[in-house]
Design a protein. Structure first.
Length: 442
């Protein structure tokens, strides 16, 4: 406790860090207040009564988690930052396939500014497309929610939703520039974590009921949650470097000589991006069902077997895909050769590239499987009687984003402390961030 108090005092002594934290808290407060401002012409009482009677635990409930509850409240921030994330993913995919965008990615700061501008314009287009579907499926269909569903109401609601998303995006960028941490990621994290206290209380109350299992079951759930969090921290941080001796063992090469050396590879190079890509694809059938008033089939049954089977398979595939994009064995081999480095027992050039490719292919598999298991853990927790709101924090995108954003933010704070010759946040060693930020373009 004494160390915690001293750390807080040291943080407060650094004027720049103190100002950045205050700015971040101010912008986050603006976002949270805006998430409670309901769209003009919408009866919030009728909306709340309908939501209370029809709890959303499927794919719509997951979208609502990312929006911090604004989605179900028909807030001016109802679509949250999700259109921006969709636009960012599209721009990243274009950077993998179209030479023009690849060129912009290599142009440094000027290229990044152009990509950000394209992302903003695409965000407007995505929001303009999503807004009518959101209003039609989540607001207009609620009995008594819209007092006067005129053409003017539709037009002004779409404009407000587009403006609200752009304002949230602006808040995220200002947090990145003038605050602490990645603004877009922080906004998503705040929306997710705002629901954690209510989820814990709901689970606690349910366990006190006659058939709930009692406090022992609740404590076991908390312990298991802590274990999952520890595993997620290891998964997010990944392995910074792999010993050459270990790399040779996993591909069946027993020859090894020289001092202990390392290869700059990670077990989880892709970070949380495979889950985000897979989740975006799984959202598509639900979105189409919202437009067509269809059922969406297995793609809306978020806790069903086939939904999670397809979801986990997509995560494994995207992990390999994203790792192949992020790690170029030929380039790594050339860099090693150019800088005078080598892998003992492996010829420089093509042989080194083949060796790195084999190592990456084999170490990515366990990381991809573990990532998929963490992603579907909420559905497994549901099968053991855990409340759906609380189960969402047992894994999936929510937990990995929380862990990743918190680690990145703490790493930035620790950097300020160490630069001012204060002790870091931990005695055992420096905090490691995700390495691959979820939103590099933000």
């Amino acid at each position: 406790m004494k160390r915690i108090i001293e750390t807080i005092q040291n943080i407060w002594k650094i004027e720049e860090l103190r100002n950045r934290i205050m700015v971040t808290l101010l912008f986050v407060a603006v976002y949270r207040l805006g998430s409670y401002v309901v769209l003009p012409g919408v009866n919030s009482i009728a909306l709340n009564e309908y939501r209370a009677a029809n709890a959303q635990s499927g794919i719509i409930g997951l979208i609502n988690i990312f929006a911090g509850g604004a989605f179900s409240r028909a807030s001016i921030f109802g679509l949250g930052i999700m259109p921006y994330i969709t636009a960012s993913i599209i721009i990243q995919l274009l950077g993998m396939a179209i030479p023009y965008f690849q060129k912009l990615q290599r142009e440094g700061e000027s290229g990044r500014k152009k990509l950000n501008q394209y992302t903003r314009l695409l965000t407007i287009a995505v929001t303009a497309v999503q807004a009518p579907g959101y209003l039609a499926s989540q607001v207009y269909t609620v009995p008594g929610a819209v007092t006067n569903p005129s053409t003017l109401w539709w037009f002004q609601s779409i404009v407000v939703l587009v403006t609200g998303t752009m304002f949230v995006m602006w808040l995220g960028e200002r947090i990145t520039d003038r605050g602490i941490g990645n603004g877009i990621s922080l906004i998503i994290m705040v929306g997710i974590i705002s629901r954690l206290p209510f989820a814990i209380i709901a689970e606690f109350v349910s366990r006190l009921e006659s058939q709930g299992g009692g406090l022992i079951i609740f404590l076991l759930e908390i312990v298991f949650l802590l274990l999952v969090i520890m595993g997620s921290i290891m998964l997010v941080q990944g392995t910074r470097r792999i010993p050459v001796q270990f790399a040779k063992k996993i591909i069946g090469n027993k020859q090894y000589g020289g001092v202990r050396q390392y290869i700059p590879l990670k077990v989880n190079t892709a970070g949380v991006m495979p889950i985000i890509f897979a989740q975006a694809i799984m959202f598509i059938p639900a979105a189409i069902a919202g437009y067509t008033q269809g059922t969406g089939g297995i793609f809306t049954e978020r806790y069903g077997f086939w939904y999670n089977f397809i979801f986990g398979l997509l995560i494994i595939l995207f992990t390999y895909f994203y790792t192949a994009i992020m790690v170029n064995p030929t380039q790594l081999a050339d860099d090693l050769k150019r800088n005078g480095g080598f892998i003992p027992g492996i010829k420089p050039g093509k042989k080194t590239a083949e060796f790195i490719d084999q190592v990456m292919s084999r170490i990515t598999l366990p990381g991809a499987i573990f990532l998929a298991i963490v992603a579907i853990l909420p559905s497994i927790a549901i099968q053991f009687g855990v409340n759906s709101a609380f189960a969402d924090f047992y894994g999936g995108t929510s937990l990995l984003i929380l862990v990743g954003v918190i680690l990145d933010t703490l790493q930035q704070i620790e950097t300020y402390l160490l630069n001012r010759h204060y002790e870091g946040l931990m005695k055992s060693g420096r905090i490691k961030g995700r390495g691959t930020a979820m939103m590099q373009q933000a």
